[in-house]
Every structure is written in structure tokens, then in C-alpha cells.
Design a protein around this ligand. Structure first.
Ligand code: GLN
Length: 301
């Protein structure tokens, strides 16, 4: 069935590979992989499911999970809101009343989440993030240096967001250090298979179904899935919930992680994006899978 969905959705050739981070422009536009992991530890895969790409914004829910582990629900809620914005992912806004970014799935909120990760200095913080995401994936993830350098060289929009947040009192600490951690987290290399296992770990209450390792305490899982449901697909989050109906997070390299609590995780990769920055084939495949498998979380039957 995964192969059928892959074949049907391969017909979509619209969309554009992201170029605003120059290194992303080298992604093979036709690449398309799907992985699906069940809670008994089975991983089903088709297409380019083992092709590496930088995780980009799909890192956000997992780093948010780490911030929750480090500071608890109330501690994190004081610093990052949980309201969808309807704005693009890179918009330079904070909730002025509370001096918090609106949610952890847009860049502003993700930069604050990265700043909340405990550790001294960039290396220790980034290592904690790399280890946490590796526990979700069930294998050791590594940094794509070229993507990191490329993003660092061209990351002025994120610098603007971070410095703006500092003037608002929303971001504390050394801004350049926080940005370095954030750019590095976005440059971790993953595959569609990894995203399937990472999502299935969330679906499995925080325990990786392949390795058995606990990546996040169960008490935090529903919060991570909640922000994915309401804010995970940028300004497409509403229509996504309407059509597909699953907690998910997308990224500009073309990855999507999808988690259905108590059932499964899906990972997708296809680098051509629609105008909101979501993978065209990834969305199409999720719609197909949701319909064929009856996965909408609000289904009535
Ligand atoms: N690293 C990217 C950025 O901050 C992540 C954005 C994304 O994937 N939407 O611009």
C-alpha cells in the first residue's frame, strides 16, 4: 500500500526546492521516500526512505520536548506560547502582551526552545540536542556541516528574529550562541525512515518502539503532539487538520514527521515545496494514507 501511495503521489511534480538556504538547493528534486513505523517496532519503507537530508524545522517538536524535560510544563509555558499564528514560519513577531513567541513550531518559538536547553556553551547544548534526537531516531544522528555553514552564512532573518526577541525580553542569554545551537539542530541529517521512528516514539508515549529506549517522559508527549496538531504545518495547519487530521511537523528541506498516538509514526521526504514551505508530495501522501487507513484523529466511526 505504501508503494501504491508512493506511485500515485510521484505524479506530482509541482512545487520548488527551497533555495533561501543555498545548500538546500542541491537536493534532488525527484527524491521521494516514505517510512511508516508501528508500535511493535516494524518499519515499512518505500522509495528514497534512506536518503539523508537536513531535518530543519522537523527538529522543533523534539527540541521542544527536551525543553519540557529540562524545565517542566509551566516553566516552558512561561517562555513560549501555544497559540497558532497563521503567519509564515519566519515571521518576526512575538505576543507583545506576554513577551513570548506565539508557539514553538515557528522559528521565534523554536529559537527560544533552543535557548532553554540546559548545558554550558554551544557544544554541550548541541550535544544534548543531538543525543535527544538520536534517542528518538534510534541511531546516532550527525551534523551536515555544509548545511550548517550555509545556514549560518545566510541566517540574517533568524538573527533579526532573535535580536528582536531580546529587545522584547523574550530571549535571554548570548544571542549568537543560541542561534548557533538552533542552526546546528536544523542541520542534523535524517532520513524519512528516521522521521517515521521519531514520530512513532511520540506515538508510543515516548519510548522508541525499535530500540526500547525512553526518549521523553510520557507526561510531556501529549503537549508535544498538541502543538504539532495546532501549529505544525505553518500557516497550513488548519487545512491540514481538516484534510489529514494528524499531529505533524514539516520542514523546508522537504521532510514531514507525522504521529498518530497509540498507533504509528510516518516520515516523508520530498524536497519540492508549496508556497507555504510544505512538501508537495509529502502532503499528498499523507492525505492518501489518512484516507486509506482511516487515520484522522477526529474520525467519527
Ligand atoms: N533552519 C530553517 C530556518 O530557520 C528552518 C525553517 C523550516 O524548516 N521551516 O529558516
Amino acid at each position: 500500500m505504501l508503494s501504491q501511495v508512493h506511485e500515485v503521489c510521484s505524479q506530482r511534480t509541482d512545487g520548488e526546492v527551497a533555495t533561501y538556504i543555498p545548500q538546500l538547493a542541491y537536493a534532488p528534486p525527484e527524491a521521494f521516500g516514505i517510512g511508516l513505523a508501528t508500535l511493535d517496532g516494524h518499519v515499512y519503507e518505500t522509495g528514497d526512505s534512506r536518503l539523508g537530508f537536513s531535518i530543519q524545522s522537523v527538529s522543533k517538536p523534539f527540541v521542544y520536548a527536551l525543553a519540557l524535560a529540562d524545565h517542566g510544563l509551566e516553566g516552558v509555558l512561561q517562555r513560549i506560547g501555544v497559540e497558532p499564528t497563521g503567519d509564515p514560519f519566519n515571521s518576526i513577531t512575538v505576543d507583545e502582551e506576554t513577551a513570548r513567541p506565539f508557539n514553538p513550531m515557528v522559528n521565534a518559538g523554536a529559537i527560544v526552545a533552543a535557548s532553554l536547553v540546559k548545558g554550558t556553551g554551544v557544544e554541550e547544548k548541541f550535544e544534548r540536542i543531538r543525543n535527544a534526537l538520536s534517542a528518538f531516531a534510534g541511531r546516532e544522528l550527525t551534523l551536515d556541516e555544509r548545511v550548517y555553514n550555509s545556514e549560518n552564512e545566510t541566517g540574517d532573518r533568524n538573527r533579526a528574529i532573535a535580536y528582536f526577541m531580546r529587545t522584547m525580553g523574550a530571549l535571554e542569554g548570548d544571542v549568537d550562541e543560541v542561534l548557533e545551537v538552533y542552526f546546528k539542530q536544523c542541520s542534523l541529517l535524517v532520513t524519512a525512515r528516521d522521521l517515521a521512528v521519531m514520530s512513532a516514539t511520540l506515538s508510543n508515549g515516548g519510548r522508541n518502539p525499535v530500540t526500547g529506549e525512553v526518549a521523553i517522559e510520557p507526561e510531556h508527549v501529549s503537549r508535544v503532539l498538541a502543538v504539532m496538531s495546532t501549529c505544525g504545518m505553518y500557516d497550513y495547519a488548519g487545512e491540514w487538520m481538516y484534510r489529514v487530521g494528524l499531529p505533524a511537523k514539516s520542514g523546508v528541506s522537504g521532510g514531514i514527521a507525522v504521529a498518530l498516538s497509540q498507533r504509528l509514526g510516518i516520515g516523508l521526504y520530498s524536497p519540492r515545496l508549496d508556497r507555504r514551505g510544505n512538501s508537495v508530495r509529502g502532503i499528498a501522501a499523507c492525505e492518501e494514507l489518512s484516507q486509506r487507513l482511516g487515520l484522522h484523529v477526529l474520525r467519527a466511526d
